[in-house]
Design a protein. Sequence first.
Length: 286
Amino acid sequence: MALHYAASELQEDPEVVLAAVARNGSALQCASTRLRSDREFMLSAVAKNGDALEFASPWLQSDRDFILAAVSRKGSALRFAPADICKDREVVMTAVKTHGAALKYASEALAADREVVLAAVAQAGSALEFASPELCEDRKVALTSVTKAGGALAHVSEKLKSDPEVVLAAVEQDHMALQYAGIDLLSDRDFILAALSRNGFALQHLVPDLKDDRDIVLTAVTENGRALEFASQRLRRDREVVLAAAASNGLALEAALPAADVGKRDCWTAWEKTIQWAKPPRRACW
């Protein structure tokens, strides 16, 4: 890093060091001992880059009030706090409110604290990964989490993976979440239709037989025309399915197969509805 080779007077210059820290928190290790022991300077450094806390002077790293002030500026700095401070509820709560994933560094007891975990997942749904197993069974915690990050469905309890409301909230946020749904839901046709009506792209995670189900595919492409690329070849040739997809998103025509018999007028109608195109569709336009 450039600061390592800088003259000692530059390593003493707060503005120079802060500019370096903003690019790479590790640059702080090259700063002078005086700066790394300066409370106000270090708080400014942590605000630029949470990793800077790693190189604060030992006395600052053991100062509870300093750590509290630091994580209020950059929650990710909790990563470098001493273990005893990671047991401090106020410090951890402050950290997760600005950086949910800081829950990873909380003590075991605080990872099982419902209020702390709710604050973490409300900020970053993926923080559920670091919650206690008991809280991964908590319906409110799960809903808060998957509404923010659908992929967090991977970390909820098996029971909640079969809860339609929880899974639908997850799929609506991220189509990838459907792959974590319980087997009972994945075999429930009504649930599948409900999921696709919220996020058509979830079609890609269904078994081949369902990708060849006309009603299911129509539901998916009506919600998001681009889902047509995940339908069976038979349905990608189906004129009604292709036109339903194009009505939702003209770019869907890229996934249509020639036998769909979509005419030039249909193509231009779809193109006019999708004004962001740089050029008209190329496929299924004869």
